[in-house]
Write a protein that binds this ligand. Structure first.
Ligand SMILES: Nc1nc2c(ncn2[C@@H]2O[C@H](COP(=O)(O)OP(=O)(O)OP(=O)(O)O)[C@@H](O)[C@H]2O)c(=O)[nH]1
Ligand SMILES: [Mg+2]
Length: 328
């Protein structure tokens, strides 16, 4: 295995362990190929993966793969991918509608949504992809839905505060996820459990406008508030939506960094989005592969702290940093 693979390669690779269907596995392999840096050291690995994909395709019969392909993959767009999961009629599509410009079908009967639908959340100057999924329940829980959830950055577990037995629904939702090897968490623990993928989640308690909602929320809080983040909203009335956007942004633990050529103004509309804790060197290698070799020095502006000082390439970046690259 080549040593210089990026961290998201290993995260993606871990999903293979829990993928059951050939379609899901093919999708993961395709994404691994896309993530892999292009250099001599990865040639063999690339060939191995291509071989695996062909074997899986043969196993599947080419026709059915292309016919069902769309269902198994939602191409990533924007700074992160956030997935809505929940039982039928809990308001997932209404939430997509409230947070984005998408116009999904919303109806007062279960199983309205039959395939993934996407929209973009605008938060300040970044875009986050929101994926609305078909419902899951004890009677309907196809593997591909969980495959998409395992590949996402955050899961929003949508619960219906209008339902008296919301406690049972919540527990069965968590059970369904565990059966699919997903354990929800509040913290960013990425590769810490052998049998589960730990996924950051928010319990999204929807329909707070309905009668009895406040009491049910209180009950849920008593059960889950110490371990999980609970948020109450009404997607229909539009309450709690701005706070939800902010919480999603905060849970993603991403930072925005602006780059500029020397002696030029910065363009704040196009930030680079990086994981919190990223260094200058990671920013530079994201710009293009050889950029780091062309670098002579770097200046940094950080509000109220640093004003154009030369900094080391191992400097850890912060949200809002402005970086000026000087090349040879
Ligand atoms: N009162 C109230 N009704 C809501 C709210 N959010 C959604 N609804 C209603 O609940 C019903 C179901 O909403 P959907 O968004 O279609 O639910 P869903 O979870 O996408 O349903 P499936 O696609 O079947 O899984 C619709 O009649 C919505 O108008 C809310 O915040 N308050
Ligand atoms: Mg729906």
């Amino acid at each position: 295995m080549p040593t210089n693979l990026p961290p998201n390669y290993y995260r993606k690779e871990r999903e293979l362990k829990f993928a059951h269907s050939p379609e899901e596995k093919i999708q993961i392999y395709l994404e691994l190929l896309a993530i892999m840096p292009k250099h001599k050291g990865t040639d063999k690995l690339k060939a191995d993966i291509r071989g695996k994909i062909s074997r899986l395709k043969r196993e599947l019969g080419k026709k059915s793969f292309t016919a069902r392909f769309d269902f198994y993959h939602v191409p990533r767009e924007g700074a992160a991918q956030v997935v809505l999961l929940g039982q039928p009629n809990t308001g997932k599509s209404q939430i997509l509608k409230a947070l984005t410009n998408a116009e999904p079908e919303v109806h007062d009967y279960p199983f309205t949504t039959q395939k993934p639908q996407v929209g973009m959340i605008l938060y300040d100057n970044i875009q986050i992809q929101l994926v609305d999924m078909p419902p899951i329940s004890n009677d309907y829980a196809p593997g591909w839905i969980f495959g998409i959830a395992r590949g996402s950055d955050i899961i929003l577990l949508v619960l219906n505060l209008g339902k008296e037995d919301i406690d049972n629904d919540t527990q069965s939702l968590l059970n369904l996820l565990e059966t699919a090897h997903i354990k929800v968490t509040m913290k960013d623990e990425e590769i810490s459990d052998e049998h589960f993928m730990l996924k950051k989640s928010i319990f999204l308690c929807n329909k707070e406008d309905l009668e009895g909602a406040a009491l049910r929320l209180k009950r849920l809080m008593a059960l889950y508030d110490t371990k999980f983040r609970l948020l109450s909203i009404s997607a229909l009335k539009g309450t709690g939506i701005e706070r939800l956007k902010k919480e999603i942004f905060q849970s993603l633990e991403i930072i925005r960094v602006y780059t500029k050529p020397p002696n030029r103004e910065i363009d704040k509309s196009h930030p680079f989005v990086l994981k919190r804790g990223s260094k200058i060197i990671e920013l530079a290698s994201g710009i293009h592969r050889d950029f780091i070799n062309e670098l002579k020095f770097v200046r940094l502006w950080r509000e109220g702290e640093i004003n154009g000082m030369r900094i080391d390439r191992d400097e850890v970046l912060e949200d809002g940093d402005i970086v000026e690259f000087h090349t040879r």
